[in-house]
Design a protein around this ligand. Structure first.
Ligand code: ADP
Ligand code: MG
Length: 266
């Protein structure tokens, strides 16, 4: 029995039990927090909660990291490093999305706007947030998704692939509209959208307004049916303004601004 053990034996026993639970941080936390608990006069409940919390938060962090690495993001972009000054109109909407509630409700997010306005950045940032909330995430461009679905279709495993993808809480489709789809591709994409409808979330980005999607999918009826399913439960964020990429270049290439800015320091 643990009660009759010496402190040294208890530590060994805790190590054994933590290993059996596959909870390695418990060993370390149990010892370190025991001293703190004695000094601060914690209750047994406070102590147990503190020990378990170390294990749980370490698990969440490493799970989030694994899910983030598995998501296929082209870069790491976060909500914290997004400059909201250019986008006051969508700040509130984005903050609400950051809570992750849209994922448990299988709602979608559509980010529309011209190139360089931060659509991909926000899609990745929401994807990382989703990973932190415990959801599996897959990111790819619309073209890449079509390639994947076409491969699955050719190998007669499209239904299985769509079922597998439904286990991802979030699928991100970047750059809808940069390339128009062939009829078959448009149909496959439609199946992806349908299979997730009211089951799991999608984030889509596009440089085209919905009125331009008919041209992308080669067929107004397919586009209309797809948009209908996407926006039925969705937040649509419209990004405005100049390209963030070009804005930086413009400032750097204006020697007069650089000189003026440098003067007070010299
Ligand atoms: P889009 O997908 O709309 O073409 P991106 O998201 O790829 O644009 O943005 C282009 C570059 O500018 C990226 O490096 C992105 O991180 C950065 N960027 C865009 N908007 C912002 C912003 N508001 N705050 C910080 N970085 C931004
Ligand atoms: Mg982009």
């Amino acid at each position: 029995m643990a009660a009759s053990m010496s402190p040294g034996d208890s530590v060994k026993h805790i190590r054994y039990l933590a290993a059996a639970l596959k909870a390695p941080r418990i060993t370390e936390a149990a010892q370190r927090l025991a001293d703190q608990a004695r000094d601060a006069g914690w209750t047994h409940e406070d102590y147990l909660a503190a020990v378990l919390e170390r294990e749980v938060s370490a698990r969440n962090a490493s799970g989030a990291e694994l899910r983030t690495r598995a998501a296929g993001f082209p870069a790491r972009k976060t909500l914290e490093d997004f400059d909201w000054d250019a986008h006051p109109a969508i700040r509130q909407q984005a903050a609400a999305l950051a809570s992750g509630g849209f994922l448990t409700q299988a709602r979608n997010v559509v980010l529309l706007g011209p190139p360089g306005t931060g659509k991909t950045h926000l899609a990745i940032a929401l994807g990382i947030t989703a990973a932190r909330h415990g959801h599996r995430v897959q990111f790819a461009t619309a073209t890449d998704w079509v390639t994947r679905l076409t491969d699955a279709h050719r190998q007669a495993r499209l239904p299985r692939e769509l079922a597998r993808l439904r286990r991802y809480g979030l699928i991100i489709v970047d750059e809808v509209g940069y390339l128009p789809f062939e009829q078959d591709a448009a149909n496959l994409f439609f199946q992806l959208v349908s299979s997730r409808y009211e089951h799991a979330s999608l984030i889509l980005t596009s440089n085209l307004p919905f009125s331009g999607w008919g041209g992308v999918f080669g067929d107004q009826a397919v586009a209309a049916a797809m948009i209908d399913r996407i926006v039925h439960h969705a937040d649509v964020l419209t990004m405005k303004g100049a390209s963030y990429r070009l804005r930086g270049r413009g400032i750097d290439s204006l020697p007069s601004i650089r000189t003026t800015a440098a003067e007070p320091d010299n």
